[in-house]
Structure formats: C-alpha cells, structure tokens
Design a protein around this ligand. Structure first.
Ligand SMILES: *Cc1c(COP(=O)(O)O)cnc(C)c1O
Length: 383
C-alpha cells in the first residue's frame, strides 16, 4: 500500500526527544528558545514564537493584530477549516473569497469583498504554494488592513527568492505530521515586530510576565505577575528538540519533494484530460501536496478514480475542502457563492508524495493512472 503522506522522522529525531526527556526539563524551556532562534534565522524573520500548533498560532495572531467581535476577515473557504475557525475564536466573521488556478486567494475577488467592517486578510499559502504576498501587502496598505499569512503548509517554500516567514508581520506555521516537518503537533509564528513578539510570548503562557526559565535561573526570589488573560498554548521542549533536528533537514526535504513533483510532472504532462499544478516565476512550492485536476473529458468520475487507485494499493485524497460546505459553517447568514472553489474541490485529487519515495513507487502511480485513462472500462479483476 502506498500511503498519501508520511512524516520524515529518523533516529536522530527520536534521540533528541530521548535526551530532552532525560535532561529533566521537558516543557517550554531552553530547547524551545533554541528552536525559535533557529527557525527565525532559517526564514529570515527577526523573531519566532513557538506554540502548540498552527491553529493556536493563528488565534494569537488575530489577537495581536487587534481583530475582535464584529470585524470581518477575508480568507479562502477552500482551506483547512482551522483557517476560518481562528477568525471565529476572536468573535470576528470570516468572509470567504474565491481562489485562483493555484488554489490561492483571488485578489480581485478579495478586493470586491472589502467593506467598512473588513479588518484583515488571512492569506493561505495553499498546499505549499506561496500566494502573491507583495500584491496583498499593497492592497492592505491601500485599505488600511492587517495581513496575516497562514503558512501552515509552507515551511521551506519561497516567494521572490526569500523563504516564507520573512515577508510580513504575522506568519503562522504548522508542524503537524501532514506538513513538511513535524514535531507531532506544533506551530510557530514569525514576525519582524518586537511589540508583536513580546505580546505573543505573553499570550502563549497565561499572560505571565516572567517565564519559568528566567525564574528558575534567577539568584534572587522573583514573583511573576499575570498581565492579561492569556492561554496555555506552549510547545514542549520535547517537541522543540525534535523540531530542531527536523529543521536541519528542511531544505533537503523540500529538494526531495520538488524532485518527486518533477517526476510526476514529466510523467503526466502529456495527458490532456488532467491539469497539473503550475509554478510561476518567483514562486517556489515545497509541494506539501501534489494536486491534479480532472477536466470534463476525464473518462471516469473523481470518486471512481480514487476507488480504482485504492484497489491498486494507491491512497489518494479528495481536493482541498471548502469550509462553507462543512456543517459547522452551513448556517452562515450570507449566501456563499464560490463556484471555482467548489469545482476545484470536486474535480481534484491529491496524489501520494512523501520522503523517501522510491522511483518504482512513483512510476507505478504514473503507470496505473495512465492505464486507467487508456482503458477505464476494464474491470479491475481482469487487469
Ligand atoms: C494544517 C493546517 C492548519 C492547522 O494546523 P495545525 O497545526 O494542525 O493546527 C491551518 N491552516 C492550514 C491551511 C492548514 O493546512
């Protein structure tokens, strides 16, 4: 069975957790600080704040950006549901906009949805492909809006020659096993603003004025104050120790993923009934997922294709979800019309992509897909 994804975790990652456990300091402490410094330097951002996952990273970003009850934040519906949920957590309303052919926010449609209640744009770099950050920054300046990047899938991706994380004021990453590097669960916020950095550190640890490490290392008795109502959104040192080792491999993992994507591309580019993921000049995806779109003339339905591939031992996933179609969002007051997002969800599938993937595995997937297109009617048993 070829799975859809697999985290790349090796012995050195396990040993890092092992040594941290035996060090006696297991929750947020020296390893978290080291991971933050290394992650900031990897992305080129001034600061990084580690948190428990990307959903909490997004929640804290909404707070420091000043988003509150009644405000509107424009985001794609076509994203993992956590994107929109993070807006709801602060009492604001997500306003869903359409996506373009790269599965990223369509800027013209976003601009159409800006009104006096709009306070921010939440730009998702979908499945690792950067959105047009500079264009959105300009739009935000013009309308006095905040820009927050949901870079859950985009660790190691590049926009105009620079790593994602360095371009704007609040960029949120995920280290869930389905992403590029993993700490089990985990998240990171990068920022170039010192005031945001300080407030994020407070909020992730109960609003506590002095963290445990400072208190622990002090030769004087010191008492902490709790300056505002915060949260427990800490990353543990066990996770951070794994993260440090994973980060060392990130560039290599992205190179491997891009090579696999290229093999898919070369193997599938002659099939006229599918559309392959594109990459424009200045954009470099980490290929968190490899999504193909089935055109009208594709010989079988999307679900039939997924079933037939599964029967051959190849796992796939349906296209990225549309949040407005989930039960939790069906009762939205305003009618949501997003024909392109819905069509992309219905007519696309994600193919397996992980490191290491053998050339035989990739060729088997390409060959099976081609075989199904050439003779779609042949019953499975006779193949
Ligand atoms: C995975 C994902 C999230 C949530 O990340 P967690 O670390 O699981 O909280 C948010 N946004 C997008 C676009 C994602 O793909």
């Amino acid at each position: 069975m070829i799975p859809i994804a697999k985290p790349y975790l090796i012995e050195e990652d396990a040993l890092a957790a092992y040594h941290t456990i035996l060090s006696g300091w297991i929750t947020q402490g020296p390893r978290v600080q080291e991971f933050e410094e290394k992650f900031a330097s990897f992305t080129g951002a001034k600061y990084a704040v580690a948190v428990s996952n990307c959903t909490t990273a997004l929640h804290l970003s909404m707070i420091v950006a000043g988003i509150g009850p009644g405000d509107e934040v424009i985001c794609p519906s076509m994203s993992y549901i956590a994107t929109a949920n993070s807006i709801k957590y602060v009492g604001a309303n997500p306003v869903f906009a359409e996506v373009n052919e790269f599965y990223n926010l369509d800027i013209a449609d976003v601009e159409n949805r800006i009104n006096s209640k709009t306070k921010a744009i939440l730009l998702v770099h979908q499945i690792g492909m950067p959105g047009d950050i500079d264009a959105f920054k300009k739009l935000c300046v013009r309308y006095n809006l905040k820009l927050i990047e949901d870079a859950a899938c985009a660790a190691g991706s590049e926009y105009k020659g620079q790593k994602i994380g360095s371009h704007s004021e609040l960029v949120c990453f995920s280290f869930h096993p389905r992403k590029i590097i993993s700490t089990g669960d985990g998240g990171m916020i990068t920022t170039n603003r010192e005031d945001y950095y300080n407030r994020l550190k407070l909020l992730r640890q109960h609003g506590m004025s002095i963290n445990d490490r400072v208190r622990h290392n002090s030769d004087k008795v010191i008492f902490e104050d709790h300056i505002e109502v915060g949260y427990n959104y800490r990353m543990t040192d066990i996770q951070a120790a794994v993260g440090i080792k994973q980060l060392e491999k990130l560039d290599w993992i992205v190179d491997q993923r891009r090579m696999i994507a290229k093999v898919y591309h070369d193997g599938l580019k002659d099939i006229s009934s599918i559309v392959l993921p594109g990459e424009e000049e200045g954009y470099q995806s980490n290929y968190q997922s490899y999504s193909i779109y089935l055109k009208e003339d594709f010989p079988i339905s999307r679900n039939e294709l997924m079933q037939k591939l599964l029967e051959k031992g190849i796992a796939t996933r349906r296209g990225i979800m549309n949040t407005h179609r989930e039960t939790a969002y069906k009762k939205l007051k305003r009618k949501v019309k997003l024909p392109r997002s819905e069509d992309l969800q219905e007519r696309s599938i994600l193919l397996p992509l992980y490191v290491p993937m053998s050339p035989q595995e990739i060729e088997f997937i390409i060959g099976t897909l081609k075989g199904l297109i050439e003779s779609p009617a042949i019953p499975n048993s006779s193949v």
